[in-house]
Design a protein around this ligand. Structure first.
Ligand SMILES: C[S@@+](CC[C@H](N)C(=O)[O-])C[C@H]1O[C@@H](n2cnc3c(N)ncnc32)[C@H](O)[C@@H]1O
Length: 286
């Protein structure tokens, strides 16, 4: 990015529950970075965009924030902004076997530890979100016991889960996302990490029949629960499924649905985030 390129910062106060959605819309509209700060009873989003995209970013943020949202725009110098939103992104030490990190946050690896480098771009999945971290930990646990197989990552975002699976010894990875940007970034991130992921834009239905040794899906529950049976259909007889993006109170319902399909929960992890969301990840097999 040329240093002289004019940038604007769009500031909006928003309901904390809408912040992640608004941030995704801002990226979609052309923002290059989004910083979140705690406000009084709200989240303050600062979206940094090239000047030519700033109006579209403001419109996108206003559309999510709702009528009467307070939004302002100001010109910033490029040297001021890029570091601030990166400050919250640190290496995620998933386990003694795996670290996930952005390129700008170097990390010394323990002997035998592998790393996956994901540069924050438009697709979701730097490892910073609790649901991604839970999925990574469960995936690591499963692959430590059963590496070498085929992995399917549904809702791949940046591709972080599929790429981590390959780094941890999976033989092949297929990934899909409804968002074409995610499918593309997954391929690019895989190459950057020295792997190859067959990713496509679309839903699971578009995938020719086939079963996988490990199926992973980190989707919010309103997206995950409708496709739960279709995900289970893709699990090989001796395979496993990792589900994340669920909330803790949803465990009993998901457990019952898995049991009805012959799967039992083998591992469960949960994490309470700063916003009070209590995320749940499950690993199940027959
Ligand atoms: C929470 S992000 C997860 C990204 C990444 N896998 C991670 O763990 O960080 C969920 C992704 O699922 C995608 N998605 C939502 N519903 C989907 C569906 N039915 N099929 C495929 N992708 C879906 C979204 O576009 C989004 O990129």
């Amino acid at each position: 990015m040329p240093a002289s390129r004019p940038f604007e910062c769009v500031r909006v106060e928003i309901d904390p529950e809408r912040a992640e959605w608004a941030s995704a819309e801002a990226f979609e509209a052309g923002a290059a970075g989004v910083e979140e700060r705690d406000g009084e009873g709200c989240t303050i989003l600062l979206a940094y965009a090239p000047a030519e995209a700033a109006a579209a970013v403001e419109a996108a943020l206003r559309a999510v924030a709702g009528e009467g949202a307070v939004a302002t725009r100001e010109r910033v110098t490029p040297r001021d902004w890029p570091e601030t939103w990166k400050q919250g992104l640190r290496p995620l030490v998933v386990s003694p076997r795996l670290v996930v990190r952005p390129e700008f946050a170097a990390c010394e690896l323990a002997p035998g530890q592998r790393e996956v480098v994901i540069e924050p771009r438009q697709a979701f999945g730097t490892g910073a979100h609790g649901s991604t971290a839970l999925a990574l930990a469960l995936l690591d646990e499963r692959l430590a016991a059963a590496a070498g197989g085929r992995v399917l990552d549904v809702g791949c975002g940046s591709g972080v889960l599929a790429i981590a699976a390959l780094a941890l010894g999976a033989r092949r990875a297929v990934a899909c996302d409804l968002d074409p940007i995610a499918a593309r970034e997954t391929r690019e991130n895989a190459i950057r990490n020295g792997h190859s992921v067959a990713s496509f834009a679309g839903s699971l239905d578009a995938l020719a029949s086939g079963r996988f040794d490990l199926v992973v899906a980190n989707l919010i529950s309103s997206e995950l629960l409708p496709i739960l049976d279709a995900l289970v259909d893709r699990v090989a007889a001796d395979g496993a499924i990792v589900l994340s993006g669920l909330l803790l109170p949803e465990r009993a319902g998901v457990e019952a649905r898995l049991a009805a399909r012959g799967l039992s929960i083998r591992a469960a992890r949960d994490e309470l985030d700063a916003r009070g969301d209590h995320w749940l990840g499950l690993m199940a097999s027959r």
